[in-house]
Design a protein around this ligand. Sequence first.
Ligand SMILES: NC(=O)C1=CN([C@@H]2O[C@H](COP(=O)(O)OP(=O)(O)OC[C@H]3O[C@@H](n4cnc5c(N)ncnc54)[C@H](O)[C@@H]3O)[C@@H](O)[C@H]2O)C=CC1
Ligand SMILES: C[C@H](CCCC(C)(C)O)[C@H]1CC[C@H]2[C@@H]3[C@H](O)CC4=CC(=O)CC[C@]4(C)[C@H]3CC[C@]12C
Length: 369
Amino acid sequence: MAEATEIRKLVYLVTGGCGFLGEHVVRMLLQREPRLSELRVFDLHLGPWLEELKTGPVRVTAIQGDVTQAHEVAAAVAGAHVVIHTAGLVDVFGRASPETIYEVNVQGTKNVIEACVQTGTRFLVYTSSMEVVGPNIKGHPFYRGNEDTPYEAVHKHPYPCSKAQAEQLVLEANGREVHGGLPLVTCALRPTGIYGEGHQIMRDFYHQGLRLGGRLFRAIPASVEHGRVYVGNVAWMHVLVARELQRQTALLGGQVYFCYDESPYKSYEDFNMEFLGPCGLRLVETRLLVPYWLLMLLAALNALLQWLLRPLLLYAPLLNPYTLAVANTTFTVSTDKARRHFGYEPLFSWEDSRSRTIRWVRAVEGSAP
Ligand SMILES: NC(=O)C1=CN([C@@H]2O[C@H](COP(=O)(O)OP(=O)(O)OC[C@H]3O[C@@H](n4cnc5c(N)ncnc54)[C@H](O)[C@@H]3O)[C@@H](O)[C@H]2O)C=CC1
Ligand SMILES: C[C@H](CCCC(C)(C)O)[C@H]1CC[C@H]2[C@@H]3[C@H](O)CC4=CC(=O)CC[C@]4(C)[C@H]3CC[C@]12C
């Protein structure tokens, strides 16, 4: 007992700690970071599940706050050794305005960096995204690429643009002097499409399939491959990189790492069927019935309707020109940089990731959409 309290001396802060990924990071830190003494969970909306975490050996502090408010961020960061910044506005459906997306993703990240500098926090891990690279607006495939693969990263949509700007800010901040005179050490993790327990889009597809009599309709050719990664492995990568950033500052500082695991390369829809299939849904082939030009037309119509209806109501369907372009462009990652730099191996095999996700979808069954 005395030994356990002796080694527990680190304070971590997880921004966005009540989100899909954030919750997994929080739980993973409690399970796998033995040096943790306090875990601060900062989010705009706190989850009730945080209460059950407060009985363990680590002090869990829930902080309701907004990353766009510099003073709230600085107060939460003060005294933390490590910040894992996962908070972000993930919106590719036009629910939020571009200004709001920039405010949260870019200004929010600036506030986190400045808070580290002012308060003397030395280690910052940023949750970036594959979207900072691509797919680009030209629809170029990124096939089994790694962190050094040349690719024309050209974006227009506010989400990838904001993530790219924020990532750049984080990487440029590496080496800045923090309060106390020591250098800030930063790195960025770039997950591909994350799946697993708590994945809202998977839940939406599941309910859509139930409404359609147990069917989903294929819209994208099966040959278009998407990189996907299990949320537990993404969380594990965050925990590991945060630990190793403190040990190997020169090697890891200023670096980017794609998040990867053993999940198979498949089309977005075929991949989802790995979980939705065992839960009773089937994918109906419609390629011959719905040509791509018609999908583009529908996507453009959705965008027009969104714009026309905006004064009255929020119309934000899954299909829009941006999501169609992303869904229809191959983007897969093949790298071992995280293994080479900080010894990352996926904690969950593909079989584990799959069965955990299926179990979660089954539990969602019957719950309101
Ligand atoms: N879901 C995915 O497939 C991928 C997500 N990412 C990144 O991972 C991070 C987490 O994403 P998810 O967990 O999927 O999203 P999420 O929406 O489930 O979680 C984001 C969390 O940030 C919080 N948040 C939003 N605005 C905030 C603000 N102003 N102040 C404080 N907290 C705020 C939300 O309340 C939420 O709990 C994001 O930075 C996202 O860009 C990256 C690649 C793929
Ligand atoms: C919603 C899309 C699938 C529906 C397409 C339709 C309507 C034709 O059937 C999703 C396809 C690809 C997804 C994105 C991808 O996984 C990369 C992402 C990374 C992030 O950082 C955030 C989420 C997302 C942009 C993800 C969003 C949903 C898709 C566009």
